[in-house]
Write a protein that binds this ligand. Structure first.
Ligand code: P1T
Length: 381
């Protein structure tokens, strides 16, 4: 089955009890048993599994070419589930540019429990290799990264993690499986903030993990079941509905993202535009190699003046773009990473990796491109 068919039919079955074409929202916490320990069907209790969530999880596995999908109550809950596999003394090597909440979890929750974290630019493979030792257990990357749109060569990293027997997880939130399939490139775990492009309509908080290895899938499912951060039936339904138009939406996000990039790149008030589709982007060759169909709808940029006030005034003037955290919905959003999504990263660390006070991040939506460009033009004036 091709991807555009999988988003609609992958892992889906008509409802066996009614023939309903779309999965019903099974708004129930529990399921009847005929005798103690003998449920009459496949389900016992919705923390363990629920038919609407199963429908979503099957779709997730299908579109990422995995064997098992798991749906969580948020993207961070999905990340937390992976991290729970490790203990004090274990080491994790992570990309140096990450969503602020992921960085906060690593440094303020897990570091305090004795896990050691190294943050490194994964494009420096020699440096990455030099950090691997007998305690290293997990490699974690986002690609493209939030908010600087750095890339990591998934295939090259997977070659090293396989050789060293490390678990390799890729946060595929920015790319989506329409553009990039980390499991096919050698990663062990794909993570999503399904709040973003998978849901696609800014109306749900959700997360996902997808794996190829069945034993790993069972282990993660046990951890999720035993700790409880599962996605409810109504939210599972919303994410599944979003996935059915993922290919159409992301295609338009890519078209609009490329046009917004071109406009910004030629604007005298704009200094640097970060977009993997730009030929001048330092990781454009990696993007071409591992991203198919386009380069996404996320664009970040800085101001020629370098002034925080210019970024703030631009953000306050926007009328079609909405100033808000999050991304990946049909509507265009704008964000100031240093004051909003990445404020939990200490200032010196932000400066070190390039999240400056004049950096703006745009989630380019699927509106008419003329209206988006007009809006940017007036706000930059
Ligand atoms: O918000 P939540 O569903 O828990 O997902 C966390 C998360 C994980 N990974 C990436 C790459 C993300 O962008 C996010 C959430 N990001 C935002 C809310 C944001 O505006 O960047």
């Amino acid at each position: 089955m091709k991807f555009n068919t999988k988003v609609i039919h992958g892992g889906q079955h008509h409802d066996p009890s009614t023939g309903a074409v779309m999965p019903p929202v099974y708004q129930t916490s529990t399921f009847v048993q005929s005798s103690p320990g003998q449920p009459i069907g496949d389900y016992e209790y919705s923390r363990a599994s629920n038919p609407t969530r199963t429908a979503l999880e099957n779709a997730l596995a299908s579109i990422e070419n995995g064997t098992k999908g798991l749906a969580f109550s948020s993207g961070l809950a999905a990340t937390d589930c992976v991290l729970r596999s490790f203990k004090a003394g274990d080491e994790v090597i992570a990309m140096d540019d990450l969503y602020g909440g992921t960085y906060r979890m690593f440094t303020r929750i897990y570091k305090d429990s004795g896990i050691k974290f190294h943050f490194v630019d994964m494009n420096d493979l020699e440096k990455f290799k030099s950090l691997i030792n007998e305690n290293t257990k997990l490699v974690w990357v986002e690609t493209p990264t939030n908010p600087l749109m750095k890339l990591a060569d998934i295939e090259a990293i997977a070659k090293i993690t396989k050789e060293k027997k490390l678990l390799f997880a890729v946060d595929n939130t920015f790319a989506t499986p329409y553009l990039q399939k980390p499991l096919d490139l050698g990663a062990d775990i794909v993570m999503h903030s399904a709040t973003k492009y998978l849901g696609g309509h800014s109306d749900v908080i959700a997360g996902a993990l997808i794996v190829k290895d069945e034993a790993l899938g069972e282990q993660l499912h046990f951890q999720q079941f035993a700790t409880g951060a599962t996605l409810g039936p109504q939210d599972s339904f919303l994410v599944l509905r979003g996935i059915k138009t993922l290919h159409l939406r992301v295609q338009r996000h890519c078209e609009n993202g490329a046009k917004v990039t071109e406009f910004l790149n030629n604007h005298p008030k704009v200094k640097t535009v970060y977009y993997p589709g730009l030929e001048s982007h330092p990781f454009h060759e990696i993007a071409k190699k591992q991203m198919k169909n386009g380069f996404g709808g996320m664009v970040s940029f800085t101001f020629e003046s370098g002034k925080k006030e210019d970024a703030i005034s631009f953000l306050e003037k926007l009328q079609v773009f909405t100033l808000a955290e999050s991304l990946g919905g049909v509507e265009s959003l704008a964000n100031h990473p240093a004051l909003m999504t990445h404020a939990s990263i200490p200032e010196d660390k932000r400066k070190e990796i390039g999240i400056t006070d004049d950096l703006v991040r745009l989630s380019v939506g699927v509106e008419d491109i003329d209206d988006l460009i007009e809006d940017l033009k007036q706000a930059l004036q």
